[in-house]
Ligand binder design. Structure first.
Ligand SMILES: Nc1ncnc2c1ncn2[C@@H]1O[C@H](COP(=O)(O)OP(=O)(O)OP(=O)(O)O)[C@@H](O)[C@H]1O
Ligand SMILES: [Mg+2]
Length: 361
């Protein structure tokens, strides 16, 4: 799969801009704040219908403008695909494929597989469990759209159950029969998601360990552990057993919305005990394993976005990453860096076509 052309209209700091891309390597270079990451984010938008960096749609519209349009022209499996994402203040965002708007955004996820490696990935280590759940969900959804649909349904029932608990508390009332209806639905959706997350981690772990080994020189042992309350009991039982707690907190305390992925180094949390370098290696291995995983499950090579490569990586790792384009029949690579020269020096070492895009404000 190749992104051939990208057009931006009122997207973040860009008023109107177009880029024709190289099928292999493309580099956006320029000073801080010129919009390098914004271009990568626009490409991310075309795959996921949202920003990787700023989830608030209207904040992706250029200041003082009313709308944005991001257009991408792709070649996929020998046919042309035009994807357009547009957003207008006060209206719902629209994604179109070849002129036809999707009814459900979730139907688009996975169509243009993509992996981003960015300094913002450190959130996966330092932030709360929802960041790591989003990571798992993102990887599984790119190859299993049924998973995403089930997750959306689960979240809807969860929100309804929480509202019901609040309603009961506010009106000093309770109905076991009504709660049971929600418990049943949460159990069905939650159990399906739980099963798919277990299967995912089982398949993902060896790929991840392999990637970590290839980019780190250390002897440390690392691990990735899936944690879920459903490992102790089935969801229906958990919900029934803990109804008193739920009534008091007016919130559903048990379910797959509490799952986590624990990142470990030598048996301890990497957040507290990993060195900076080990944390970086861990995150890159995680993302490259995501790449391998998606590639194993889809016929197309995912697009790879490397944001701010030298900020996050030393030269050795950058070379390793870029050399992947040579070694593994990679798809297309988009890179951002502040220094044109050092990026070009590294890229020249792999004998692939490339294009530099110098940006200025
Ligand atoms: N909605 C918006 N409207 C206008 N400008 C915006 C909007 N959102 C972000 N920007 C601008 O985009 C610029 C940042 O762009 P970006 O993060 O892509 O820079 P960069 O080239 O990646 O910089 P760095 O080298 O520091 O990573 C900032 O100047 C910011 O003010
Ligand atoms: Mg940037």
């Amino acid at each position: 799969m190749i992104l051939q052309k990208l057009s931006l209209l009122n997207y973040k700091n860009f008023e109107a801009e177009s880029f024709d891309f190289d099928p292999k390597i493309n580099c956006f270079v320029g000073n801080n704040g010129v919009g390098k990451t914004n271009i990568l984010d626009a490409i991310y938008h075309l795959s996921f219908g949202k920003s990787y960096f700023n989830p608030i749609t209207t904040q992706n519209i250029k200041h003082d403008e009313d709308f944005f349009v991001v257009e991408g022209f792709y070649e996929k499996n020998d046919s042309s695909e035009k994807i357009v994402v547009s957003a207008k203040r006060g209206q719902k965002k629209i994604i179109k494929r070849n002129g036809k708007a999707y009814d459900k955004f979730s139907d688009h996820i996975g169509f243009l597989p993509l992996v981003i490696i960015s300094p913002a990935d450190r959130d996966l280590i330092i932030e709360g469990s929802d960041t790591r759940r989003k990571f798992i969900d993102g990887v599984i959804s790119q190859r299993d759209s049924e998973y995403l649909h089930t997750l959306i349904k689960y979240n809807k029932v969860l929100a309804q159950r929480n509202s019901l608990l609040k309603y009961f508390a506010a009106n000093n009332t309770f109905s076991q029969d009504t709660i049971d209806i929600y418990n049943e639905q949460m159990h069905a959706y939650g159990t399906s998601i739980f099963g798919k997350r277990i299967a995912f981690v089982e398949e993902f772990l060896p790929i991840f360990l392999n990637r970590y080994k290839s980019i780190s020189s250390g002897e440390e042992s690392i691990n990735l552990v899936y944690q879920s309350q459903l490992q102790e009991n089935d969801l229906s039982t958990l919900l029934q057993k803990n109804i008193i707690k739920d009534k008091i907190s007016q919130y559903t305390n048990f379910g797959i919305h509490k799952d986590d992925l624990v990142f470990e180094i030598d048996g301890h949390p990497i957040k507290k005990f990993g060195s900076q370098g080990q944390q970086k290696s861990y995150l890159i291995a995680l993302k490259l394993a995501q790449f391998d995983f998606i590639k194993n499950h889809s016929k197309t090579n995912p697009i790879l976005l490397l944001d701010d490569i030298f900020d996050k990586l030393d030269e050795m790792r950058v070379e390793h990453l870029i050399s992947l384009v040579d070694n593994e029949n990679f798809g297309q690579l988009f890179i951002s860096d502040t220094h044109a020269e050092r990026t070009e020096d590294v890229i020249k070492k792999v004998h692939q076509t490339y294009k530099m895009f110098p940006l200025s404000s």
